[in-house]
Design a protein around this ligand. Sequence first.
Ligand code: ZN
Length: 66
Amino acid sequence: MGALPKQKVSRAAQGRRRAHQALVIPKLVTCSNCGGKRVPHSVCNICGYYKDEQVVEIRQKADKNQ
Ligand SMILES: [Zn+2]
C-alpha cells in the first residue's frame, strides 16, 4: 500500500495552505521602440532593443523550404 495521510486535513488548514497559491499577473511595460509589451529591465522580445539601443538581432522565422 502506498503512503496515506495520517490525519484528515481540515477545510481551514486546506484554505490556509492554498492562500499562497494565487496566480500573479506578470508586470509588463510598454517598449519605447516598438510599443509592444515587455518585462521591465530586460531586452524587448519583439524588437531586441534595450534602452533605445539595438542589443539583440531578432531573427525572422526561417522558411522550411530553404
Ligand atoms: Zn520592442
